[in-house]
Design a protein around this ligand. Structure first.
Ligand code: PEP
Length: 258
């Protein structure tokens, strides 16, 4: 069964100590939900900083069937003289099953090019055992000129170049319009649906992916999650700011079950 994904991206927030306190609260709440049949179609994903991955894994292990771990980034080489970088084997060793690749903050603040993102996607599939959460999305200038489809199509085409013609089991695309990230201005649900449908059709006609999930990111909160999740091509959300409070994130999970 294709499960919806409700993912928390902590970005550069929370120490190991904070993570312990966070999951204490979250775990108490999740016990209330976990036996509901409507919850069976949901997977919760946490992307804490690298320094907390192993600690987070230790804590979420009892909930492993429905809570998964993701890194916020990876490097494409396996090992070597790459100071400050983290490999796929390192995140797997800390229990990750997902890796966020090409987040707009990586692209815009740290200068990650489309080609670097493509190398990372290629490495993820070559290494095996990790599913990429590939982030794409346009800025406001492009949206104002109605150029979002062309822009995202180009990002997808470059990032997924290495898997053209190959049979791929699973891929997650996070459509995250840059103008919606951290601004408090989420996409309107029908505009989100239009973009998700576009991405879905584009990938289905150009790639061989068995399980494709397209999640939305950008100012998701307790007040807009339900309206987004009703849309047929929105298979979940990636939540930044609102995931930092365990009670708020739990409510997002709860309200996502439509
Ligand atoms: C993100 O950074 O992936 C994100 C969606 O952030 P926010 O929810 O804060 O807009």
């Amino acid at each position: 069964m294709k499960k919806n994904i409700i993912a928390a991206n902590f970005k550069m927030n929370k120490t190991n100590k904070d993570i312990e306190g966070y999951f204490d609260i979250f775990a108490r709440n999740i016990n209330e939900l976990k036996n509901k049949s409507s919850f069976a179609g949901t997977e919760i994903v946490f992307a804490p900083p690298f320094t907390s991955l192993c600690e987070a894994y230790r804590i979420i292990k009892p909930f492993e069937s429905f809570i998964k771990l993701s890194s916020q980034n990876i490097y494409y080489e396996q090992s070597g003289a790459y100071t400050g970088e983290i490999s796929l084997d390192m995140i797997k060793n800390c229990g990750c099953v997902y890796a966020i690749v090409g987040h707009s903050e990586r692209r815009n603040i740290f200068g990650e090019s489309d080609e670097l993102v493509a190398n990372k996607v290629s490495a993820v599939y070559n290494n095996g055992g990790i599913i990429p959460i590939l982030c794409v999305g346009e800025n406001l200038e492009i949206r104002n000129k109605n150029g979002q489809e062309k822009f995202v199509e180009n990002q997808l085409n470059i990032a997924l170049n290495s898997i053209k013609g190959k049979n791929i089991t699973s891929l997650i695309i996070a459509y995250e319009p840059i103008w919606a990230i951290g601004t408090g201005i989420p996409i309107k649900p029908d505009d989100g649906e239009a973009m998700h449908r576009f991405i879905y059709d584009y990938i289905k006609s150009n790639f061989l992916i068995d399980e494709l999930r397209i999640i939305y990111g950008g100012s998701v909160t307790e007040s807009n999650i339900s309206a987004l999740m009703i849309e047929p091509h929105i298979d979940g959300v990636l939540v930044g700011g609102a995931s930092l409070d365990p009670a708020a994130f739990f409510n997002i999970v709860k309200l996502s079950i439509v």
